[in-house]
Design a protein around this ligand. Structure first.
Ligand code: SME
Length: 169
């Protein structure tokens, strides 16, 4: 009788998004557990996300200061520094305090093009105690329609871990 061995590569599959986000969440807790400095943790958070999720060309923070958004720690190409509340995807997410998912940034009215390679984007507001907006977390992709509701859920959980372990209350 001949036994056939199925090579591992034929059964290998990329992890489901929920598994990927669970793994990133566990890495994030370890990365932040002994540190409470906001900027240091924000920088490591942006780097962990940028290097863990596929098909990103930018991941980082805009921080809420004097009623505008100012560039914070990020990974990717240099970006515009100040965004007014209500402007672009970031300013809209900040003003509405809602996560915004954009499949095609070229169709978003007022989109601010920092990197011409970006085609889709997701922006999450960062809110402490259901009240204080501290900024937004922004991810860009060169793919159209890169982000879906699973990404929104996974990233929301990561942002909650980051806020709980880093933000001054
Ligand atoms: N595209 C964003 C601006 C920030 S960059 O993508 C890094 C926006 O429209 O708000």
């Amino acid at each position: 009788m001949t036994h056939m061995t199925i090579p591992q590569t034929s059964t290998a599959r990329p992890p489901a998004k929920s598994e990927l986000y669970a793994s990133i969440a566990s890495q994030l807790r370890s990365l932040l557990e002994n540190e409470r400095d906001f900027i240091a943790n924000a920088a490591n958070f942006a780097s962990l996300v940028f290097y863990s999720l596929p098909d990103l060309n930018w991941a980082g923070f805009y921080l809420h200061k004097n009623d505008e958004l100012v560039l914070g720690p990020f990974q990717g190409k240099p970006a515009c520094v100040r965004i007014a509340m209500g402007k672009g995807v970031c300013g809209t997410a900040a003003q509405q305090r809602q996560t915004i998912l954009v499949d095609n940034v070229h169709e978003f009215p007022g989109h601010i093009a920092c990197d011409s390679e970006s085609n889709s984007e997701i922006v999450l507001p960062l809110i402490i105690n259901n009240e204080q907006l501290i900024g937004v977390f922004d991810l860009d992709s060169p793919l159209f329609g890169r982000f879906d509701d699973d990404d929104a859920r996974g990233l929301t959980e990561l942002a909650e871990i980051f806020i709980a372990m880093s933000a001054k209350l």
